[in-house]
Write a protein that binds this ligand. Structure first.
Ligand code: 13P
Length: 248
């Protein structure tokens, strides 16, 4: 059985004081949950603080991005060794905002996924179509291609999570219908099956992301292909995020 995974993506939000307030509120609300894996992916500058704030709790630590190299002349970047030094467990790779605003491509996503795995980090690899791509009818092809290229060369998928995030549903209040989100997550799983076999496909966790909130979480999480959520806006409020975690 795949353990559901609800991960918050804080994006470029929260000062240290706000992070503390959010986590102090969240901790008791999720403390009794044993069925769902809870992750917070936070800005790099907050990692040290958040690591301390969640010590001894059931909340897992994640980063929002990393470079694939261990060190070097890459001003402003964060390396996998730095994440290791703070016991970071998960790292979001290839979020659509990074593809859109920071020129990330399937090739750089792949380098980051391989580097994360080589350094013992668990990548949450994001895929998903834009509204134009959806309207052009290329969603399935595109998502399959992003999955294939992003996972090229990966032999052991057990530490990989894939997040299906339709770009048009992110931060817009629009959610993919539960059936459609489930269908596309199924396309991703079939792609993994083609690449790595049925056991790997049955084991990999696939999240939905895009305006997931307390009002729609139950329907989305009831879908057989959806194993969790990657949460933006609703991850910034302890009450909302804990409601997503405690849904089942
Ligand atoms: P929202 O939940 O704000 O739509 O953001 C989703 C997302 O991009 C998570 O990575």
């Amino acid at each position: 059985m795949r353990k559901p995974i609800i991960a918050g993506n804080w994006k470029m939000n929260n000062t240290p004081a706000q992070a503390k307030e959010l986590l102090e509120g969240l901790k008791p609300l999720v403390a009794d949950n044993k069925t769902t894996e809870v992750v917070v992916c936070v800005p790099a500058i907050l990692i040290a603080d958040v690591k301390k704030l969640i010590e001894g709790t059931n909340i897992h630590l994640g980063a929002e991005n990393m470079h694939w190299e261990e060190s070097g002349a890459f001003t402003g970047e964060i390396s996998p060794l730095m994440l290791n030094a703070y016991d970071v467990e998960y790292v979001i790779i290839g979020h659509s905002e990074r593809r859109q605003y920071f020129a990330e491509t399937d090739e750089t996503v792949n380098k980051k996924v391989l580097s994360a795995l080589a350094h013992g980090l668990k990548p949450i690899m994001c895929v998903g179509e834009t509204l134009e791509e959806r309207e052009a009818g290329v969603t399935d092809k595109l998502v399959a291609e992003q999955t294939e290229k992003g996972l090229a060369g990966v032999k052991d998928i057990s530490n990989v999570v894939i997040a299906y995030e339709p770009v048009w549903a992110i931060g817009t209040g629009k959610t993919a219908s539960a059936e459609e989100a489930n269908r596309v997550c199924g396309v991703i799983r079939q792609t993994v099956e083609k690449m790595l076999g049925s056991e790997a496909a049955a084991a990999i966790r696939i999240q939905y992301g895009g305006s997931m909130k307390p009002a729609n979480v139950a329907e989305l999480m009831a879908q057989p292909e959806i194993d969790g959520g990657l949460i933006g806006g609703a991850a910034l409020k302890a009450a909302d995020f804990s409601a997503l975690v405690n849904n089942q």
